[in-house]
Design a protein around this ligand. Structure first.
Ligand code: ADP
Ligand code: MG
Ligand code: ZN
Length: 605
């Protein structure tokens, strides 16, 4: 059979999907034509299929390198579930099991092996692999090889030897997070630049985008979460401490919230993940330690309780919401303190000045996203070299900001900073402008400055917003080396001299309320069919528990929803459900159709 039809055929018969998602076919045909590729697709776009499909339709063997044990186990379990032989070898598996896995892979019956990078690069492993017909190396989460991107892993660095060690094998790398410099770096390291770089599908139109300044963030988040009971969400925090505190705050208010971070032991974390996969209303309050490889389709919202580290990190984190394509919300809270904290983290991190400079630039790009008065999606996509029209699904599109000129208020701030010797932080500067008689103002005799009291007609909240925007737009700089003293940049001089104006969306004198949409309930399912959804999910859970696999490995929520909607009672109808292939028909048709028939009969009588 022709390659293309064979692939399309396998998509349906093996994976049970009727269509490719955007970009998948392009990537797959590039792989089958023998090219080295680096595919950049956002989280949840369906990268695994892009290498699994070519791997099962070719005769040579494929090695898939993946950084996380949990991620490997899930993928191998999912493949086995649809009838594909796949094995894995990593340090989380006992020696005997690794030996068995190897024997199976070395035999003619298995063509796919998942390996951790440190196992792959052991001399004995390399020697053994060189005796097998290895046709392709897949490097998943390939950004781990680059020091430019976030998430560099030293054990990935050794993968740059693959090309010389296996000169006839093809290399296919995948990542969700790489700006253009990082992409080139990855392609250089893995294939000496000899790779087609394919960028696809950064637009996730089902994710709404909102940003809000934080004032009482615990309370702000509680309101949102309580308005969405019965939905799964992730809340990202900056530190372990913040994570524990927010989770406790939410639990006290009746939310099924759990704290997840690297300080918790392995058993607790595993338990958290398992619950998150199966409980409908669980809210994970987590540091970035949570999420890589989490494949839960129905996460309805991702909230950032603090500013993330970069646009890439932010994009990857929000990308965990709404993988089923249904409307989901993303909300980021941030403050001036967050910006300073992030800058300090970069300043204190290891690495040379070049590295730090690029990290600052990344942070600045994220601040651009935060403070824009234009469509947020356009700003976000532009960062990934992807374009879009105004989206209609971000806070700025839904309620276009009333842009005003605040040049004179900004000048008060800049003057006060200059007149106090560029020596003080935000709160003292605001005191000076607002004519405060604080002890510090008196002690430094700042009440004698011409900037003193110029902003007396505005509230503290007003100037906090001005200050945050000045810093976010690099008009004023926070000098971390000088304990957070504010300094004026050239852009600030331009405003002071009247060469440039300073505009912003209307700034309220009060602490701003956020406008985030109310949660949307499932629209596809008629109310009276909700009972059927419950029965199907109960059966799924029972099967999942007896097989000791996560529920979504049996069927995704999307598949369950479609079953409840179409109510298939024939094998043919069952096969047309998204995510159902022949193997799942054989295995599950009887049980699930029995539930459906029972339900239909009960309705008639
Ligand atoms: P990524 O690695 O890009 O983050 P995954 O490969 O884990 O994403 O895929 C995310 C989800 O999308 C999985 O549940 C997968 O089964 C599903 N998926 C992938 N391709 C398709 C397709 N063509 N049609 C329907 N669902 C798909
Ligand atoms: Mg993946
Ligand atoms: Zn928009």
């Amino acid at each position: 059979m022709h390659d293309r039809t064979r692939i399309k055929d396998a998509l349906k018969t093996v994976f049970g999907f009727s269509d490719f998602r955007a970009g998948q076919e392009d990537i797959i045909s590039s792989i089958t034509s023998g090219e080295n590729i680096l595919a950049v697709m956002p989280t949840g776009a369906g990268k695994s299929l892009c290498y699994q499909l070519p791997a099962i339709t070719r005769t040579s063997k494929t090695i898939i390198i993946s950084p996380l044990v949990a991620l490997m186990s899930d993928q191998v379990a999912s493949l086995k579930e649809i009838g594909i032989a796949a094995e894995m070898i990593h340090s989380g598996q006992i020696y005997d099991d690794n030996v068995i896995s190897w024997r199976r892979f070395a035999s003619d019956d298995c063509h796919i092996l998942y390996l951790s990078p440190e196992r792959l690069m052991q001399p004995r492993m390399i020697a053994a692999l060189q005796k097998l017909p290895i046709g392709m190396f897949v490097v998943d989460e390939a950004h781990c090889i680059s020091k430019w991107g976030s998430g560099f892993r030293p054990d990935y660095e050794a993968l740059s030897q693959l090309r010389d060690t296996f000169p006839s094998a093809q290399i296919a790398a995948f990542t969700a997070t790489a700006d253009s410099a990082t992409r080139r770096d990855i392609a250089q390291k893995l294939c000496e630049g000899n790779a087609r770089i394919i960028v696809h599908g950064f637009d996730r139109p089902n994710l709404s985008l909102s940003v809000a300044p934080k004032n009482n963030v615990n309370q702000q988040i509680t309101e949102i979460v309580q308005g969405r009971s019965g939905e799964n969400g992730i809340i990202y925090c900056l530190s372990r401490n913040e994570t524990d505190q927010l989770a406790a705050y939410l639990s006290d208010r009746g939310v099924n919230a759990w704290a997840y971070h690297a300080g918790k032991d392995q058993e607790y974390r595993q338990n958290c993940q398992d619950r998150f996969m199966t409980e409908d209303d669980m809210v994970m309050v987590a540091t970035v330690a949570f999420g890589m490889g989490i494949d839960k389709p129905d996460i309805r919202y991702v909230i950032h309780a603090s500013l993330p580290s970069s646009v890439e990190a932010f994009y990857q984190e929000i990308g965990r919401a709404g993988r089923d394509g249904k409307p989901s919300d993303t909300i980021m809270f941030y403050s001036l303190q967050d910006m300073v904290k992030r800058q300090r983290m970069i300043f204190e991190a290891e690495g040379n000045d070049n590295f730090k400079f690029s990290e600052y630039a990344r942070l600045e790009a994220l601040l651009g996203y935060c403070e824009t008065t234009d469509c947020r999606r356009q700003v976000l996509l532009a960062y990934f070299d992807d374009a879009s029209a105004p989206c209609g699904n971000c806070d700025n599109c839904l309620a276009p900001p009333d842009v005003r000129d605040y040049s004179s208020e900004a000048s008060y701030v800049i003057e006060a900073i200059y007149q106090t010797g560029q020596f003080f932080g935000a709160s003292h500067i605001i005191d000076v402008i607002r004519g405060s008689d604080s002890a510090k103002v008196k002690e430094k005799a700042h009440d004698g400055l011409s900037a003193y009291g110029k902003g007396i007609n505005h509230s503290k909240a007003f100037f906090q917003t001005i200050m945050r925007q000045l810093v976010a737009r690099a008009i004023v700089k926070v000098n971390i080396e000088r304990f957070g003293a504010l300094e004026v940049t050239e852009l600030g001089d331009d405003i002071l001299a009247g060469r440039k104006s300073f505009t912003a969306g209307f700034i309220s004198e009060k602490e701003t309320k956020i406008a985030v949409r109310q949660s949307r309930k499932e629209t596809v399912i008629r109310d009276e069919d909700a009972g059927l959804v419950g029965q199907l999910k109960a059966l799924r859970l029972e099967i999942a528990q007896s097989k000791n696999v996560p529920a979504y490995v049996v069927f995704t929520d999307k598949a369950i929803m479609e079953m409840a909607y179409y109510k298939p009672t024939t094998e043919e109808a069952f096969l047309s459900i998204n995510g159902v292939g022949p193997k799942k028909v054989k295995e599950y048709f009887e049980q699930f159709s029995a539930v459906i028939e029972r339900y239909l009969n009960a309705q008639e009588s």
